[in-house]
Design a protein around this ligand. Structure first.
Ligand code: ADP
Length: 601
């Protein structure tokens, strides 16, 4: 309850008023008491003279009556001065005592009352003063005691009396009592005012602070919608303005952080590399979809040991100093993954795994090596032949002319073969590097097919093949866009293959048609066909089902791969038709129109 600022304010006010009133009260009561004591001694002095009773006429008369031992006269004289001495039977009384014995002789109050006062230090001091003859006056009064008194020695002749005046301070006590009540009333009024004041203060001070607190709570909950109203120019007003500025900066910073986080989240989500982070105990903290897809299981359901425990223990990875890391290779199904494990440098520790799929890269490397090996092999065979025939001709001068000519024919045909290989390699390399610009034109498809068919007709006849053009029956083939000479090269390769790989006397049929915005060309033969296991790789460079037969037929193993590249550059497809039994069907699909920079050609 006393923790609220409002209650603290009330408490401070109450304490302040109470302590103030207590101090003022105590000060006033003490002042009144000392004033009363001073007043008492002044009255005594005005009657008896200075503290050492001098020979004022009053004291001289007292002395002379003392010398005569007339106590009654003394009593009369003192009572005559009752007004000046402030004598009052209730509070202030006088007593006349024997100076030596201290015995009560007369007084305004009775013997009984005096008997209670015998121990007064003033009285004792005066009695001993009389005994020693030095005339000491007893006029010491303690502010803390509940009475005040004065003892005056009066000596005359052989006699010595003491005039003893005793005040029980009832007057001052009554006054102080009244003062106490007044102070108490003032205190109550002060307390009332303090409560009212604290309410007033709370309006000007606490309400803005409460608003500021509410605003701070809203900001802490992430709500930056409203700034807090600034209603004053005092410290609270400045604090509110500063708080609003701080909230604005905080909002901007949070937005910037949020943006960055969103970017990172998107990157994390869509990056092709797999990333998994682990806590110090091996549990998965975060992972991206790429990691799960690469590892072929939902990473979040496993822990470090299950995922990468075999590659390196977690403790070993966590003990590494940055930027050190552990790398390894993982084989998951047909995938080859490069794995990098690094420590995470936060207090709790942990590790980060990054997976990089190198399957395609490795495959490419393999293919490149295989390609280089194939090229070397393909060139070495004809070169060896050329060299051996040339050597024979060079060193054997007695070779008959016909044999020598047949040797030279072989040399020429091997050289042609090498030229063809190099030519095909060049074509492929141009297509690969994108240097082979397609010379796009619009031409009737039927004309291109016809021109190819005419070109191969002689060759087909040589092998007694029947070349059937099936598209002729009714259907009109469209004008298409493409690089005519390259597309003719594709058809030439495919029909050429059909001729090559079909035993003499076979049938080669060429068909074409249109489906939607695409045209298709199908070349079918009833030749040796392609075994199931080779169909997948038939468009690979240098891939041949039967190397010897291909070589014998003058093939380079590059024809179909060149065809595939050209068709792909025309956004088309080339594939083998599903085929039961002998023979082979190659299907080419091409768009009727090509697009270049958003423009349909
Ligand atoms: P090649 O120069 O050896 O003919 P290609 O790339 O044109 O090279 O063909 C690759 C291989 O595909 C050939 O070696 C052959 O084994 C096979 N092939 C292609 N077309 C046919 C077909 N019509 N019938 C049977 N096999 C074929």
């Amino acid at each position: 309850m006393f923790r609220s600022l409002h209650m603290k304010l009330v408490l401070i006010m109450v304490l302040l008023i109470t302590s103030l009133m207590t101090i003022v009260g105590a000060f006033m009561m003490t002042s009144i008491t000392s004033f009363y004591i001073d007043e008492f001694y002044q009255q005594i002095e005005s009657v008896f003279g200075a503290s050492n009773p001098s020979n004022t006429p009053f004291v001289s008369s007292l002395r002379s009556w003392t010398a005569e031992g007339n106590v009654l006269k003394l009593q009369e004289m003192i009572e005559a001065k009752a007004g000046d001495l402030g004598l009052n039977s209730n509070t202030r009384n006088y007593y006349i005592l024997d100076g030596r014995t201290g015995a009560f002789l007369a007084g305004s109050d009775g013997q009984d009352a005096f008997d209670r006062l015998q121990s007064s230090p003033n009285l004792l001091a005066v009695r001993s003063g009389i005994a020693s003859g030095d005339g000491t006056v007893g006029d010491q009064s303690d502010i803390a005691s509940n009475y005040m008194d004065v003892a005056i020695p009066i000596t005359g002749g052989e006699n010595a009396y003491i005039i003893y005046i005793y005040d029980n301070r009832d007057t001052v006590s009554a006054l102080n009592g009244q003062l106490f009540v007044i102070i108490l009333q003032a205190l109550l009024v002060g307390l009332l005012i303090s409560v009212l004041l604290s309410f007033l203060l709370s309006k000007t001070m606490i309400i803005p602070i409460e608003r500021l607190t509410e605003g701070a709570e809203r900001v802490a909950a992430g709500d930056f919608s409203d700034a807090i109203a600034v209603e004053s120019t005092d410290e609270i007003g400045i604090l509110t303005t500063t708080f609003n500025d701080m909230a604005e900066v905080l909002q901007d910073t949070l937005e910037a952080v949020e943006n960055e986080r969103n970017k990172l989240d998107t990157l994390f989500l869509h990056m092709t590399d797999g990333v998994v982070s682990f806590a110090g105990d091996g549990t998965v903290l975060t992972s991206n979809p790429a990691a799960s897809s690469m590892l072929g299981r939902e990473v979040a359901f496993y822990d470090y040991d299950a995922l990468f425990g075999e590659q390196a223990p977690l403790q070993k990875v966590m003990a590494l100093q940055r930027p050190n890391f552990v790398s390894g290779e993982l084989h998951v199904g047909r995938r080859i993954l490069e794995l990098y494990l690094a420590p995470v440098s936060d207090e709790a520790g942990g590790a980060m795994a990054v997976l990089h799929d190198v399957t395609a890269q490795r495959k490419n490397d393999e293919m490149r090596k295989e390609f280089v090996a194939n090229v070397s092999h393909e060139l070495r065979t004809p070169l060896t032949n050329v060299r051996s025939y040339a050597e024979t001709l060079r060193y054997d001068s007695e070779i008959p002319r016909e044999i020598a000519e047949s040797f030279l024919d072989i040399v020429i045909s091997e050289t042609d073969r090498m030229t063809r290989i190099v030519q095909d390699l060049l074509t492929l390399s141009r297509l690969d590097s994108g240097r082979a610009d397609l010379r796009m034109s619009r031409f009737p498809l039927v004309e291109a097919i016809e021109s190819v068919c005419r070109a191969v007709e002689l060759d087909a006849q040589k092998h007694s093949h029947t070349l059937v053009r099936q598209y002729g029956s009714g259907i009109t083939l469209p004008v298409i866009t493409g690089d005519r000479s390259r597309l003719e090269q594709v058809m030439m390769n495919v029909i050429g293959n059909a001729i090559k790989y079909t035993p003499d006397g076979g049938t080669i049929s060429v068909d074409a048609g249109i489906t939607g915005q695409k045209v298709w060309i199908e070349v079918a033969d009833n030749g040796i066909g392609i075994p199931q296991q080779d169909r997948e790789r038939i468009f690979d460079r240098f891939y041949r089902v039967d190397k010897a037969r291909s070589r014998e037929k003058g093939g380079t193993g590059l024809g179909l791969s060149i065809a595939k590249e050209i068709v792909l550059r025309h956004h088309g497809t080339i594939s083998l038709g599903s085929h039961d039994g002998p023979g082979c069907t190659v299907r080419i699909v091409l768009p009727v129109r090509q697009e270049r920079e958003g423009e349909l050609l």
